[in-house]
Write a protein that binds this ligand. Structure first.
Ligand code: ASP
Length: 318
């Protein structure tokens, strides 16, 4: 098995071979999830705590389901409402957690780097479920699995990531992953939403959808991250949809069999036309959600194996 990490903090740390290992295992979990009996014992006896300091629908639900299907005891801590507001520091949170002896900790936090900091203070495997605008590794992995299954490969594809790249951890993790797997990545959006320096990331940058989408295999749309914007980055949502919202006319510039992706939550009529989002011949948005559960099962399974191996080496009973 090639997956040597104690935590899953970002795509940055992963080797292409490790990405393949994780996706291969996730493929097996897709099969399991489609059966009537969906249980495995991979995490039996282990405790998984989900700590979301920022709102989440898909990610939290799928981590919870993934843990339960693998037999873990899963607990969700309602962090938004509690300690952060009362001013508890991350270090205090970590000490509290250590006292509860979790084995897997799934964390989402509004600050870039906070999850990594926490991982240094706790005695368990940590999975980053999104930290600020930094990384969202399981999203990029589920996107990769969706692309690989739909396109039959995960290399030498032309992929356009469109919209609010500047504030998006999904874009960042995807750019890193797709680059590692040797794809051609294009960023398409208004210059105000494309980070300066993006041209140095080994991507091509466009501010016109017709040019940016020309002959691509995959169109990945991003939500406008209003919660991370201070000030106005677009003239108006109407104007934004007109120039950068994905509709049939703009999609016609991509390859005939190009797939449309969106990490959710979607703003219909802002970055994507509802008809495109619902078009089962083009949109793989629901499939992304399905792949999300399988990828999170694979990630937790691999980390649990490493955790058990490390504890066994230290002579700790597992
Ligand atoms: N759900 C994704 C995230 O947490 C994308 C988004 O919120 O736009 O980053």
């Amino acid at each position: 098995m090639t997956f040597r990490h104690r935590h899953l903090l970002g795509i940055e740390q992963l080797h292409p071979e490790e990405i393949r290992t994780l996706l291969d295992l996730a493929d097996q979990y897709v099969d399991l999830n489609r059966r009537e009996m969906k249980h495995s014992e991979a995490l039996a006896g282990l405790t998984q705590i989900n700590m979301f300091f920022e709102a989440s629908t898909r990610t939290q639900a799928s981590f919870e389901l993934a843990g339960k299907r693998l037999g873990a005891d899963v607990m969700n801590m309602a962090m938004q409402a509690s300690s952060l507001k009362k001013g508890e520091t991350l270090i205090d949170t970590a000490l509290t957690l250590n006292a509860m002896h979790p084995d897997l900790l799934v964390v989402r936090h509004p600050h870039s780097g906070a999850v990594s900091l926490l991982s240094e203070k706790v005695n368990c495997a940590v999975l980053n479920a999104g930290d600020g605008r930094h990384e969202h590794p399981t999203q990029a992995l589920l996107d990769a699995l969706t692309i690989r299954r739909r396109k039959g490969r995960l290399h030498r594809l032309s992929i356009a990531i469109c919209g609010d790249v500047a504030h998006s951890r999904v874009a960042r993790s995807n750019i890193i992953l797709l680059g590692k797997m040797e794809n051609r990545v294009r960023l398409v959006g208004p210059p105000t939403l494309i980070p300066s320096g993006a041209a140095d990331w080994g991507v091509e940058v466009f501010d016109d959808m017709a040019e940016g989408l020309k002959d691509v295999d995959v169109v990945m749309m991003l939500r406008l991250q209003k919660e991370r914007m201070d000030g106005a980055f677009i003239p108006s949502e109407r104007e934004y949809f007109h120039r950068f919202g994905l509709d049939a006319e703009k999609l016609a510039h991509a390859k005939d069999d190009a797939i449309v992706m969106h990490p959710g939550p979607m703003n219909r009529g802002v970055e994507i036309d509802g008809t495109i989002a619902d078009d089962i011949n083009r949109s793989v948005i629901q499939e992304q959600v399905e792949m999300g559960v399988a990828v999170r099962m694979a990630a937790m399974d691999l980390l649990a194996r490493n955790l058990k191996a490390a504890r066994a080496e230290q002579g700790v009973m597992v």
